[in-house]
Design a protein around this ligand. Structure first.
Ligand SMILES: [Zn+2]
Length: 297
């Protein structure tokens, strides 16, 4: 734990301070001190979160990723590949399907430079089809490892739809969402610690945790919509019709009826219908003169 504050009757020094304050009552004084210490801890936690910014090497955006470097991020992703793949049955067997996943992923990667001409892309992308035919899911690990389950793959009807899923996941990697979430998690942990000290019991800390969780969900949703937008841009540059993404949303909507669990694409994501509307709006905004001819659906 962050800080253990002596409770009533615990700390001699504290008792001295309280008695020095006269008739205010030991309880009130202890509360004030607890609040002050809690506030200092909260301040330190918040300041270190907000001071610690990094420039994203691809997008050029300033981000709060807790000072984690790209190479550390890549190591984290690599270290969790086999465990994550294992949770979804490992790599799928069909070599043709696997090749298509890889090929579409590479085609999308090849146009990142056109959207963000900042030079070298540090992350190490890989594209894996997972041997899980019940969980409709796709996800990316920090630093580049990207996955789609066979259950989702088999529901897709076109290459463009596959590109929509992969483009979205590549977006999570480019925008370093995993690292942002981790940094927010640390911020939240620190604030829970501060609130626990200030409140003298867990309930205050629990309140912060609940509030913080809601906040994190909201950030998550923004991340998702940002990735849909990123996916659209990658798709068009790579020659895929971004309207295919709307088909993906319909497939997800249908799948959510029966699928037992889908951590990335259903529970953590905004409702597919809302996303479809946003996707249409983004296409209209980004391509006001219409989409290029000859895109792959
Ligand atoms: Zn996502």
């Amino acid at each position: 734990m962050l800080f253990r504050f002596p409770q009533r009757g615990g700390g001699r020094d504290l008792g001295g301070v309280l008695r020095g304050r006269g008739r205010g009552g030991a309880g009130m004084g202890a509360l004030k001190i607890r609040l002050a210490i809690g506030a200092v801890i909260a301040l330190v936690v918040v300041v270190s979160y907000f001071m610690n910014t990094s420039v994203n090497p691809v997008t050029g955006q300033k981000q709060r990723v807790g000072g984690v470097t790209e190479s550390q991020e890549i190591q984290m992703g690599l270290a969790s590949i086999s465990q994550m793949a294992g949770e979804f049955g490992g790599e799928a067997r069909d070599p043709r399907k696997r090749a298509l996943v890889d090929q579409v992923g590479r085609r999308l990667l090849s146009v990142i430079d056109d959207i963000y001409p900042r030079g070298e892309i540090p992350w190490e992308f890989s594209f894996t089809l997972l041997d899980d035919d019940t969980t409709v899911n796709a996800f990316a690990l920090p630093g580049g490892p990207t996955f789609i389950t066979e259950a989702l793959f088999d529901r897709l009807q076109t290459e463009g739809q596959l590109a929509g899923v992969m483009g979205h996941e590549i977006g999570h990697v480019i925008h370093r969402h995993g690292m942002e979430r981790m940094a927010k998690g640390k911020l939240l942990q620190g604030l829970v610690g501060a609130a626990t000290v200030a409140g003298g019991d867990m309930s205050a800390g629990q309140i912060v945790a609940v509030v913080g969780n809601t906040k994190m969900m909201q950030y998550g949703r923004e991340d998702e919509l940002e990735c849909d937008e990123e996916g659209i841009k990658l798709m068009v540059k790579a020659g895929y019709d971004p309207r295919s993404m709307i088909g993906v949303m319909e497939i997800l909507h249908e799948a959510s009826g029966g699928a037992p669990k889908a951590p990335e694409w259903q529970s953590s994501h905004p409702h597919p219908e809302n996303r479809a509307a946003k996707i249409e709006a983004t296409i209209a905004r980004e391509y006001p003169n219409g989409l290029p001819e000859g895109l792959v659906p």
